[in-house]
Design a protein around this ligand. Sequence first.
Ligand SMILES: Nc1ncnc2c1ncn2[C@@H]1O[C@H](COP(=O)(O)OP(=O)(O)OP(=O)(O)O)[C@@H](O)[C@H]1O
Ligand SMILES: [Mg+2]
Length: 289
Amino acid sequence: MEEQARHLRELFSAHRNASERRAKSFTVTSGKGGVGKSNLALNLSLAFAELGRKVFLVDADVHLANLDVLLGIKPNQTLRDFVLGECPLEEVILQGPMGINLVPASSGVTELLMAEDRTWARLGEALTAIEEEADVVVVDTAAGLSRGVLDMALSTDDVVIVTTPEPTAVVDAYAMVKVVSSQRGEVPIHLVINRVRSQSEAEEVFGKLNQVIRHFLGLKVMFSGFVLEDSSVSKAVAEQRPFLLAYPDSKASSCVRRMARRLSGMPEERRGSWIRRLFILRSKGGIEL
Ligand SMILES: Nc1ncnc2c1ncn2[C@@H]1O[C@H](COP(=O)(O)OP(=O)(O)OP(=O)(O)O)[C@@H](O)[C@H]1O
Ligand SMILES: [Mg+2]
């Protein structure tokens, strides 16, 4: 453990100056699966790019590599190959539409974080380079309360928890808020309500959830937007094109654009390096679940 801590210090002191300019980072997650995280992460990234931001979209869903499928591209390499010394970092990062950078990290990035020091240092090198280049980092995760997802959520600046109006999804979103906030009290949590029929339905779902969160957890969470139920989303998924590009005038696209403006208009509070925090969590052996 001491050895790991020493590596970490060396790794990060080398990057200290360069990492002055840090990206704003978001983890997109949910309690329940299938609520629209990957579509939101991808299209939100594109909407940030439209606003002139340099975006890195990290696919950290260890179970299903979704983003490349949504984009209709196939990565030859993932972060794992870089970490194992099999290719340079440039070969891992894919150029997506609108200049977004897709980081296919899916195959076992969390396992890599558990690995030995040398592997760790190389992963840290890659992720730190990404963080230094980016204005915005969006991390798409799997649903549910796994340690990998939580470590991401505890490391990025903000956490975006997606739910639909379905009671099961709402209950699971509450559980996610509870666990994340119990580990990191001051965390800025955004709730996004997906697949609603109207703005008022989204406000109603948020209102109820917010009330329970305030009452039982004493927390303030933000209502950061909603996405209307829109057949353009599933059509775009079938076409393997992001809906923001395939159907730019759709209801879903205007909802996501509005959300991107809202999220990027927030006070630019930084907590320091996302990667640094992720590694510190790892050096402590992760969190207890
Ligand atoms: N606003 C929407 N309107 C209509 N359909 C939607 C909307 N959002 C998502 N969907 C549908 O839900 C499906 C699942 O979306 P997505 O893959 O983004 O969910 P996910 O939360 O990432 O799932 P997983 O937990 O498996 O990673 C999409 O393929 C699409 O058909
Ligand atoms: Mg997904």
